[in-house]
Design a protein around this ligand. Structure first.
Ligand SMILES: [Zn+2]
Length: 140
């Protein structure tokens, strides 16, 4: 007698706060966009209503390079959500973008044991549904 086939379980999708809706809209079109201050010109992440550098509330959304370096990372070997059962081990990393902000995402396209701090990476977009793409990073 065969084992019952497990139903596929959907991964949780991002639930954008109002401040981060433009971030996810850009990601769906495979662009990495961050708030950029009209006063001091710095970018920041995660999105918020005012610049964390100078507190100005005047900003625009601008596309960034998607290039950066791994600041730190962890390898997940344990299944914390059933939808990820076939994905362990996977890497969650902090990437320092060339423009300055630090972004949390997955490091993909490389065996987890080969990921290192300072590894140069480039954004890629994982189309998880027809409407949602998640920015992730692979070796540059
Ligand atoms: Zn500013």
């Amino acid at each position: 007698m065969s084992e019952p086939v497990a139903k596929s379980i959907a991964k949780p999708l991002p639930k954008p706060a109002p401040e981060s809706v433009p971030y996810w809209q850009a990601a769906a079109q495979h662009r990495l966009e961050l708030p950029q201050c009209d006063s001091c010109e710095k970018h920041w992440h995660p999105p918020s209503r005012s610049c964390p550098h100078c507190l100005s509330d005047k900003f625009r959304w601008s596309q960034v390079s998607g290039r950066g370096k791994v600041f730190s990372f962890v390898i997940y070997d344990r299944v914390y959500h059933p939808a990820f059962a076939t994905e362990v081990p996977y890497v969650v990393g902090l990437v320092d973008l060339e423009e300055g902000p630090r972004i949390l995402s997955n490091i993909i396209g490389i065996p987890p044991e080969q990921v290192r701090c300072e590894l140069k990476v480039q954004v890629v977009f994982d189309d998880v549904t027809p409407d949602v793409s998640v920015p992730k990073f692979k070796p540059a």
